[in-house]
Design a protein around this ligand. Structure first.
Ligand code: 6GU
Length: 246
């Protein structure tokens, strides 16, 4: 997967050379390039923003600089162009479903806004040209810009690329995956008793059926307490008879 990122702080993405993402780049699964938006400016101040039309606080990123940058990085043919993603706190929430879908893309381009955001005509223009343009928020809180949100989305997407993780089973079992999106059951390792706190007996029983049932009940119970919204969205078909009793 090829990934381009445009930002006024491209150094933010130096961390992508570390850890599993760095290894994936070494293995050739990923190629990440961070570009500096200011490289597409022509004025001495390399300015990328301007005051908001209609008034208000802060600055808005202007469309002219973004367009010069994106025209070059997207290429002439919308059908061959990358999926263009703009982090935006006022957009729909980015979910595991989006991460799964985007993990199949060949090429992604993230456009990181700063300040009060970017001119709304930037995504509108590229959408009208036939580019697959997405805008996503990563949660109900405000960040200073799209860089951290891009890092979050990229980590969620790239770890789903086949060969990225050592053990792909660990992906399937996680929270928020599949139509049966429950929070995960709690995990324990050895010793069976630590500082007076015991691992639940059933997990030590060696009875896989009982262990699975125990974990499933715990996942359902924790999800209804912590995230009742996920229970409401649950696909009924994913429930079994034993679940209905809990
Ligand atoms: Cl995508 N951007 C910013 N600036 N803040 C956010 C966000 C994105 N998602 C949540 N908060």
């Amino acid at each position: 997967m090829k990934i381009d990122i445009v930002s006024v702080f491209p150094e933010y993405f130096d961390v992508m050379n570390l850890s599993l993402m760095g290894k994936a780049q070494d293995k050739g699964l990923l190629r990440i390039t961070a570009h500096n938006l200011r490289d597409w400016t022509h004025d001495v101040h390399h300015s990328v923003d301007d005051t908001p039309v209609g008034g208000g606080a802060g600055m808005v990123m202007k469309p002219s600089v973004w367009a010069e940058c994106l025209d070059e990085l997207l290429g002439p043919e919308p059908a061959d162009s990358p999926v263009l993603i703009f982090p935006n706190p006022s957009a729909p929430l980015f979910t595991q479903r989006d991460a799964t879908e985007l993990s199949h893309a060949e090429h992604l381009l993230f456009g990181c806004g700063r300040y009060e955001g970017y001119d709304a005509r930037i995504p509108e223009y590229y959408r009208s040209r036939g580019v697959d343009v997405r805008e996503y928020s990563i949660g109900d809180y405000v960040l200073n810009g799209g860089e951290v949100a891009t890092s979050v989305m990229l980590e969620a997407i790239t770890r789903l690329i086949p060969g990225f993780m050592g053990n792909s089973d660990s992906i399937v079992e996680e929270s928020y995956t599949g139509s049966n999106a429950l929070l995960e059951h709690r995990q324990y390792t050895k010793p069976a008793e630590w500082r007076g706190l015991k691992v639940p007996d059933i997990l030590l029983s060696g009875d896989h059926g009982k262990v699975d049932r125990y974990r499933r009940d715990e996942a359902l119970e924790r999800t209804s307490q912590i995230r009742p919204d996920l229970i409401e969205r649950l696909d009924c078909k994913s429930l079994d008879k034993a679940d209905r009793k809990t």
